[in-house]
Write a protein that binds this ligand. Structure first.
Ligand code: NAP
Length: 255
């Protein structure tokens, strides 16, 4: 039997992606627009680069400018998204920050800034969309962006590790509560990817070599590498996948 690949299409769907101006968020926006979705990119600065990449193949994209460090912006994000394309069907909680510092020196401000964006915003933005989805009974998809540091301790990144470990637990918890409403909550755990997030690591020759030497695929990942997993989890093909974190890591976790 020939498989029906339409199940992977996002035609007629609207996806909202946070951190859409660069890196993995940009890669996911481009992939979703390519799969047929209307895409809303949320970022604290212009997404012109993302918009240009999507316009190049005639895809549909609009930006919403918001600083995701404070959950007070959520009602405005929801309202602007609805104004742009009506119902949002897919939410990707991608925006995140990392601060590198010895654990003994981490300030309360730095701890809070990482937890606010990587964890607090993820929960309350998911809650805001899930409320609407439960009310209209049409389901939805949430994809959280986890990390290798959802599984491993890392070093000099305590708030980041705490927040990304929380993402796997939160993904399972929300799936347990919302699966019965046809809401799929899943996560993607990227390995070591070439984005701003890893710029300092890649500049450090010794760390960069150590990391590369441990990746079975023998190369850093790219924003394009995340596209397949992101489309799958947003599509009807994943309608019975709940609470799972899919690693896209060049084999890192297999070592
Ligand atoms: P990135 O290029 O630094 O992207 C992070 C995104 O989050 C940017 O769009 C950034 O906007 C946005 N952001 C940060 N703070 C924000 C705020 N207060 N308000 C609005 N937007 C904000 O890094 P990336 O690698 O693509 O990261 C995307 C996600 O993947 C993050 O959750 C990261 O933790 C995760 N991740 C990355 C890797 C990796 O190897 N790269 C591995 C595992 C997980 P600005 O450009 O304005 O800062």
């Amino acid at each position: 039997m020939t498989p029906n690949l339409n199940m992977f299409s996002l035609e007629g769907k609207t996806a909202l992606v946070t951190g859409a101006n660069t890196g993995l968020g940009q890669g996911i926006c481009v992939a979703y627009a390519n799969a047929g979705a209307n895409v809303i990119g949320v970022a604290r600065r212009s997404c012109e680069d993302t918009a240009a990449k999507i316009a190049a193949f005639g895809g549909s994209f609009q930006e919403v400018i918001a600083d995701l460090s404070d959950i007070a912006v959520i009602p405005q994000i929801v309202a602007q998204a609805q104004k742009a394309f009506g119902r949002v069907d897919i939410l990707v909680n991608n925006a995140g920050i990392i601060k590198r510092c010895d654990a003994v020196d981490v300030s309360v401000e730095d701890w809070d800034s990482v937890i606010n964006i990587n964890e607090r915003m993820v929960f309350f933005l998911s809650q805001a969309f899930a409320k609407g989805w439960i009310e209209d009974n049409k389901g939805g998809k949430i994809i959280n962006i986890a990390s290798m540091l959802s599984y491993q301790g890392g070093i000099r990144v305590p708030a980041y590790t705490a927040s990304k470990s929380a993402i796997i637990g939160l993904t399972r918890e929300l799936a347990n509560e919302w699966s019965k409403h046809q809401i799929n909550v899943n996560a993607i755990a990227p390995g070591y990817m070439e984005t701003n997030n890893t710029e300092n690591l890649r500049k450090d020759e010794q760390r960069s070599e150590e990391i590369l030497g441990r990746i079975p695929a023998g190369r850093w990942g790219t924003p394009e590498d995340i596209a397949g997993a992101a489309i799958f989890l947003a599509s009807e093909a994943a309608s019975y996948v709940h609470g799972f974190t899919l690693a896209v890591d060049g084999g890192w976790l297999a070592r």
